[in-house]
Design a protein around this ligand. Sequence first.
Ligand code: AMP
Ligand code: TRP
Length: 332
Amino acid sequence: MARIFSGVQPTGNLHLGNYLGAIRNWVRLQTQYECIFCVVDMHAITVWQDPKELRASTREVAAAFIASGIDPKSCILFNQSQVSAHAELAWIFNCVARLGWLNRMTQFKEKAGKDRENASAGLYVYPNLMAADILAYKATHVPVGEDQKQHLELCRDIAQKFNHDYGTETFPVVEPLILGEATRVMSLRDGTRKMSKSEPSDMSRINLTDSADQIVQKIRKAKTDPEPLPDNAAGLEARPEAANLVNIYAALGDLSRDAVVAQFAGKTFSVFKDALSQLAIEKLNPIAERMRELMQDQGQIDAVLRDGAERANAIAQPILREVQDTVGFLRP
Ligand code: AMP
Ligand code: TRP
């Protein structure tokens, strides 16, 4: 049976990339699949997190899921560290994945930067933990943004090697679901860089909790080129900033790129940016408002996460036991 798993790290602000690349797609998938959505706090500490902020961010991401339309009754919504199977299976996968595979991970290279010797060991084995997240539930489909594609390929390699080495059919082949017109939302300041939580300038991203004024400001200041909008989508090639804004408009408005280009052909960016700001405000501000309401009742969010963790654990425990038996761990 098809089962979906996906996760977001509770680090800093959620932004438009997280929303359009991941969370919004989850909302649509929840009626078609059994869904498990996770706030991956164990992934977050691969780089330093202040404990107080980590707790606050974990609740905030959970609130963002619910405010975006995830139904925590029909889906399972929880934070990773509450279900120990993730850590236990990750250890086994640390022993399945090869150093050569991990050495190829571009996200590690980007995040570790020049001072690689000083990166945490956790950051290096992060993709193994991600594989454990997914495979602890034998999930078959994983909706993510494009940047996670390489990690999902590694997850498939781990599943296949495990099955092969132990001569079993334990794990399924995981399919990425990379959906929509904005699978890679770029920075508003540089169309060649991904919109990211870790970018120092807040002007580079639209946060889910930005006010209408902030959204207008950021879009007005967004980098573009001097040309008006082209009259077909091919005219966006080699214009990364223009292409990014068109993609964002298309994704937010549920339109194709072609439809957006047709609507704004020959218009200046100031006209297009006004329209984009209005659309972004219309789609994002109600989510921010609902997040604020939810955040006022911390007890309620914690109860959702606790309930989700119990249900997640009920699925993961038997799978973990099966894997432990396969590996030869004795449980007399
Ligand atoms: P993270 O914030 O790294 O935990 O990412 C959570 C989810 O958001 C993952 O599915 C990512 O692929 C997705 N995501 C993050 N940044 C972007 C972006 N700039 N464009 C599209 N998707 C993104
Ligand atoms: N690595 C993902 C990111 O940074 C987050 C993540 C952790 C994830 N575990 C996952 C995504 C399992 C999908 C499935 O975006």
